[in-house]
Design a protein around this ligand. Sequence first.
Ligand code: NAD
Ligand code: TYD
Length: 349
Amino acid sequence: MQNILITGGAGFIGSHLTRLFVTKYPEYNIVNLDALTYAGNLNNLKDIEHAPNYTFVKGDITDIAFVSNLFATHQFTGVLHCAAESHVDRSITDPLAFVRTNVIGTVSLLQAAKEHWKSNMAEKVFYHISTDEVYGSLGNEGFFTEETAYDPRSPYSASKASSDHFVRAYFHTYQLPVKISNCSNNYGPFHFPEKLIPLCIHNIIHKKALPIYGKGENIRDWLFVEDHVKAIDVIFHKGKVGETYNIGGHNEWTNIDLVKELCKQMDQKLGRAVGESEQLITYVKDRAGHDLRYAIDATKLKDELGWLPSLQFEEGISKTIDWYLNNSEWLDNVTSGDYQKYYSSLYGS
Ligand code: NAD
Ligand code: TYD
C-alpha cells in the first residue's frame, strides 16, 4: 500500500506518469497536485479521472502551508515531483517565475516531506524529475554521464540545477530518501505546442511557418515520453536512494533534420505533395545562449536496472503525429486564448 503524491500531473510528462501509476498500481492511492498553469490541462487525464485510486487537487507547490497540510491529510509514502516551469524561451523572458516554481516550489515539497517523514524511512521515496540541461552544452563529441559537472546556461536549466542541488542537500543533511533522474528531450501525445515538435506539427497542419532558430544545427537527444515514464517507474521502485540516473534514447537529431522528417511524414499522412511542408521552414533569430548539443549516456540505468527505450524514433514520431491528427480538438483548445498572445510575442504572427 502506498500513498503517492505526483506534482504537475496535469502537464505533459506528469500526465503520462499519472496514467501509468493509476492503471498499473490499482493498490496505490495517487494524488495529483497541479496549479493548472497554462501548461496544465485536465483534458490530458480524461481517461482516468474517475479511477477509484486517483484524486486531483488544485494547488501551488510554493504554498508551503498548503503542501504541508496535504502531507498531513494523505500521509504520503512517495513523491514524484514533476511540477515545473519547463520552457527555455519563457525562462529567458521571465526568469523569476522559474526560480519561484522550480526552486522555491521544490524546497517547499522537500521541507514538507522532512517535517512529515519521521519514521519508516526505508519505505519512503522523494523522487525529483529533472533534465539533462543541468549539464550544460556539449560540443560535437561526448555524452552527459551522472558524473558530468553541472554547467547550466539558461535560466530554466539554472533553476533545475538549483532544485537538484537542494534535493541532494536534503539527502546529505537530513537523510531524506531522495532519487533524481535527468532525462533528455521528450516527445509524444499531450505535448504543449510551444516546444519544437508539437509546435511544428501544429504549424504544418495549418500551413504556417516552421521557425528554426539560427541555422538549425543544434542537436537534441529525443525520447518517447512513455519510455521516460517507464524509466521513472523502474527507478522509483528499484533505484538506489541518494542516487542519480540519466535517462536517454541515444537518438540525436539536428533540429533541421528533425523538422524535415516531420514534414516528410506529415506530407504522406495528409496526402500532400512530396516536399510541400518543407517550404514552410523559416530560419529565425537564434535563441539567446542557445545550447548546441545535449546527448545522454544512459549506461548506468541499463546496467543497474535493465531499462532500455522501446520505440525507434521514426515509429515514435509517426505515433505522435497520428495522435495530434486524431486529437485536433485538444490542439485547438490549447492553442486558443493566451497561446495566441504568447505566440505573437515570441514569433511575431
Ligand atoms: P509541463 O510544462 O508540460 O508541465 C508542468 C506542470 O506543472 C503543469 O501541469 C503545470 O500546471 C504544473 N505546475 C507549474 N507550476 C506549478 C506550481 N507552482 N504548482 C503546482 N503545479 C505547477 O512540463 P513537462 O514537460 O511535463 O516537464 C515535467 C518535468 O520534467 C519538469 O520538471 C521538467 O523540468 C522535466 N523534464 C522535461 C523534459 C521535456 O522534454 N519536457 C525533459 C526532461 C525533464
Ligand atoms: P525545445 O522544444 O524548446 O526544447 P529545449 O530547448 O528544452 O531543448 O527546443 C528544442 C530545440 O529546437 C532547441 O534547440 C530550440 C529549437 N527550437 C527552434 O528551432 N524553433 C522553435 O520554435 C522552438 C520552440 C525550438
